[in-house]
Structures are given as C-alpha cells and as structure tokens.
Design a protein around this ligand. Structure first.
Ligand code: 5GP
Ligand code: ZN
Length: 113
C-alpha cells in the first residue's frame, strides 16, 4: 500500500518521532501550524474516521491517551491544546491514514478556519 503514514510507521520515510509503542506512534508535523504540532497515528491503516469500526474504539482511545501524555510532557496540558482529526476533502484531510493533530503553544481561535 502506498501510504505515507504507513511508510513513516515502518521507518521507510524518516520523521521526528516523539512517541512510539506497538500500536501508536507520534511525530512532528513537517509543516507546523503552532509551536507544538504533533501527529498521533495508529500503526493500523484506517483511511478516514468513517472507516473506523467498533473494533477500533480502543485503538482510537489510545490516540487520545498518547496525546494527553505528550501535552503533559511538553508542559501545555494546563494552558490548553487542541486535538483535531480531519475527515475527507472539505475538512482539509490530505493524508488518508487517520491521525490526531495535537496543536499547542499559542492561542487557538474559534471557529477554526
Ligand atoms: P491532514 O491535512 O491530512 O489532516 O494532515 C496531514 C498532515 O501531515 C499535515 O499537517 C502535513 O503537514 C503533514 N505531513 C504531510 N507529509 C508529511 C511528511 O512527510 N512528514 C511529516 N512529518 N508530516 C507530513
Ligand atoms: Zn496507512
């Protein structure tokens, strides 16, 4: 499968990994939109959140646990942070392997652009 994030998971493509275990990994976004911009990704290929099944519930929960841990480790948990998962074209999804964006380190605006 020609998937960028599967290749990053397999280390065929280098990235700045900040966390990894058997099921989830996290790395610095190449084009950061905030002082902290990390992508938290399941190793399992799921193209969009629409393809996630009840079997994936625990896995998707782990994405949030990893994001929480990174936010605490980076010292932004109390200040606040934003978690975003885009789905399909109008949201701006460009990589079709689900990922949670962890954005922090500046004031976030609402509604998002
Ligand atoms: P999406 O737009 O699908 O929600 O998010 C995809 C994210 O992946 C974007 O924020 C983009 O900057 C990031 N990205 C795309 N290609 C690469 C890459 O090769 N390496 C890294 N580290 N991030 C990437
Ligand atoms: Zn993939």
């Amino acid at each position: 499968m020609n998937c960028l994030f599967c290749k990053i998971s397999d280390k065929e493509i280098p990235s700045k990994i900040v966390y990894e275990d058997e099921r989830v990994f996290a790395f610095e976004d190449i084009n950061p939109q905030a002082p902290i911009h990390i992508l938290v990704v399941p190793r399992k290929h799921v193209a969009t959140v629409l393809e996630a099944t009840p079997e994936d519930n625990e896995l998707i929960g782990q994405l949030f646990q990893v994001a929480n841990k990174i936010a605490k480790d980076r010292g932004v948990a109390e200040r606040g942070f934003r978690l975003v998962m885009n789905c399909n074209r109008e949201s701006g999804q460009t990589v079709f392997h689900i990922h949670l964006h962890l954005l922090a380190g500046r004031i976030m605006h609402w509604p998002p652009g």
